[in-house]
Write a protein that binds this ligand. Structure first.
Ligand code: 5GP
Length: 140
């Protein structure tokens, strides 16, 4: 399957759609998931195009995983979480909805289940949670 330059995350990377940015480096970009399944749910994407893990280069995977680890530490610190769930889906049958490689980072607390998917977060709440993560990153 070919990469679609007009997928939502490509538009976010080009600044055509707003996003609550948390972090970026030369190879990766991190922002809040607009329909979080846990408080602090964020997404790590490569700045260069690929649909998912199956067509990603070694460099894209390495860069994304490095940033995913960083964000795991950041969200644990920001929310006092006891652990982190990382999710990554490949193609529609594999659960993927947006076809630009992305890793979900979800801070977890004992006894708290993930929320069901598909519920848009209040933008003020999203920003407040983003502020907590940015503050945690600044202190790392
Ligand atoms: P997946 O492709 O891994 O199934 O999930 C795509 C994720 O992207 C979902 O968790 C969804 O909430 C998130 N998402 C979809 N559209 C947008 C958007 O426009 N902005 C942001 N920040 N997240 C989005």
């Amino acid at each position: 399957m070919a990469y679609d330059n007009d997928n939502i995350f490509a538009k976010i990377l080009r600044g055509e759609i707003p996003s609550e940015k948390l972090y970026e480096d030369d190879e990766t970009y991190v922002f809040m998931d607009i329909m979080p399944r846990a408080e602090g749910h964020c997404l790590i994407i490569p700045k260069t195009p690929c649909r998912n893990m199956l067509d990603a280069s070694d460099d894209q995977l390495t860069a994304c995983l490095r940033t995913t680890r960083l964000m795991g530490h950041a969200v644990m610190k920001a929310f006092g979480a006891g652990g982190v769930t990382v999710q990554q889906f490949n193609e529609g049958v594999g659960g993927q909805e947006v076809f630009h490689l992305h890793y979900h980072v979800l801070p977890r607390h004992e006894g708290v289940s993930l929320r069901p998917p598909g519920k848009m977060e209040d933008m003020a709440v999203l920003k407040a949670n983003a502020d907590k993560i940015r503050a945690a990153l600044a202190g790392m």
